[in-house]
Ligand binder design. Structure first.
Ligand code: CTP
Length: 385
């Protein structure tokens, strides 16, 4: 564990961090807060810079420099993107009360100490100011040291069930354990008091964690109602599919989801993805890819052209999930093979315009895949046969 002074040094070493410290010094009664403080004390780079300020956040925003601020007046929060590319989440210190379980909170302005008490888990309820002074809720440092996730009060998950997903993500990412009383509260919580869209947003964050299967497993263990019936964390399928997905292509998060929903009834899967707020294109990709897991044509293909016939037109995510040597060959080699001739050549050779052109080109490509490089003349001959 790092000391607050070391954590402050790590902030200063970041370009966006040094600027923040200067701004904090100018306005006073403001501090770095939440996950950034947790990560810095753990010796990890902060994922984002969240700042809490007691009172009007405008002077701090001005001190952070020119940029574009998106403000949420109701919560006293603003996200500032400076012209030179730093991002700061600035929030006015507040207390929150929930009119009913899962409702958006009503807020009242407060001190930084009070603001810490509205937060989710002890290890997130810490603030570090520009002098290196750490303010933390009771037990926060002990929990950080012990790798423990503990909610601040018994109503935490009832107030905001999205915290179930947050705890699952932290458990997976930080390899922390959930303290038994917190685990009991999580198991008893009812996620259905928040909208599917909000739960879906949390699920999407879990799918983008460094170890998504671990985050999904943690969520299932915390509260099985976070994921639908038939959802199964298929770690091996995920690992194999992600290893096949070409670098920089395809959506790894959707591959993970498809691998884990392969056993679900398709109607249930589509309804759940809709409820979780997935756009239609993503929903259909997950559904198609997840069905491909059991689809055998690609695995059964015996020649390059058979591989092409099974794989052509399918998204890379679905191919990666289908797995096996044929999937690898398609993704990394066969799908890049192209003909030297085009439809123009066939028209020039007297083939009449229409779907026949495409069919002849496809036939020629299949021959090329099976027989290898043979030059323009051969390609034209195959196409005209
Ligand atoms: N927070 C909370 N309850 C929520 C959302 C946020 O108490 N439902 C608090 C936590 O103290 C959290 C801080 O707001 O640390 C900032 O939220 P966010 O940026 O989402 O959390 P991080 O801890 O920074 O998350 P991550 O490490 O995943 O970036």
């Amino acid at each position: 564990m790092h000391t607050p002074a070391e954590a402050l040094g790590a902030v200063r070493a970041l370009a966006c961090g040094a600027r923040l410290l200067t701004a904090l010094e100018q306005v006073g009664d403001a501090a770095l807060v939440g996950g950034a403080v947790r990560d810095l004390l753990l010796g990890r780079p902060p994922r984002e810079l969240d700042v809490v300020v007691a009172g009007d956040p405008e002077p701090l925003l001005a001190a952070l420099g020119p940029g574009e601020a998106r403000r949420h007046a109701r919560f006293g929060t603003a996200t500032l993107r400076t012209t030179d590319g730093c991002v700061y989440d600035v929030a006015r210190a507040r207390t929150e009360s929930y009119a009913r379980p899962g409702a958006l909170p009503d807020v009242a302005w407060a001190s930084i100490e009070q603001d810490l008490l509205r937060r989710d888990v002890t290890v997130n309820a810490m603030a570090l100011d520009h002098l290196g002074t750490l303010t933390a809720v009771e037990g926060a440092l002990e929990d950080l040291h012990g790798g423990v996730l503990r909610v601040l009060h018994d109503g935490s998950f009832r107030d905001d069930p999205t915290r179930l997903w947050r705890v699952a993500r932290y458990a997976a990412r930080l390899r922390f354990t959930v303290e038994p009383h917190t685990a009991a509260l999580a198991a008893a919580a009812d996620p259905s008091t928040v909208s599917g869209e909000r739960l879906g947003a949390e699920l999407r964050l879990a799918l983008r964690e460094p170890d998504p299967p671990a985050a999904l497993r943690a969520a299932q263990a915390l509260n099985p109602r976070l994921l639908p019936d038939g959802f199964e964390v298929r770690e091996r399928a995920v690992r194999e599919a992600l290893a096949l997905l070409p670098v920089g292509e395809g959506r790894a998060d959707l591959v993970v989801l498809a691998a884990c929903t392969a056993g679900m009834d398709v109607g249930t899967l589509l309804r759940w993805l809709d409820a979780m707020g997935f756009p239609a294109a993503e929903r259909d990709l997950v559904a198609a890819a997840s069905r491909f897991v059991t689809g055998a044509p690609l695995r059964a293909a015996r020649s390059p052209s058979e591989v092409a016939r099974a794989a052509r037109g399918a998204p890379v995510e679905a191919i990666a999930l289908a797995g096996g040597e044929n999937a690898r060959r398609w993704l990394h080699d066969l799908r890049h093979v192209q003909l030297e001739i085009t439809g123009e050549d066939l028209l020039a050779a007297g083939v009449s315009p229409g779907p026949e052109i495409g069919e002849r080109l496809r036939r020629a490509l299949d021959r090329k895949l099976d027989d290898g490089e043979a030059g323009r003349e051969a390609e034209l001959r195959w196409a005209l046969e």
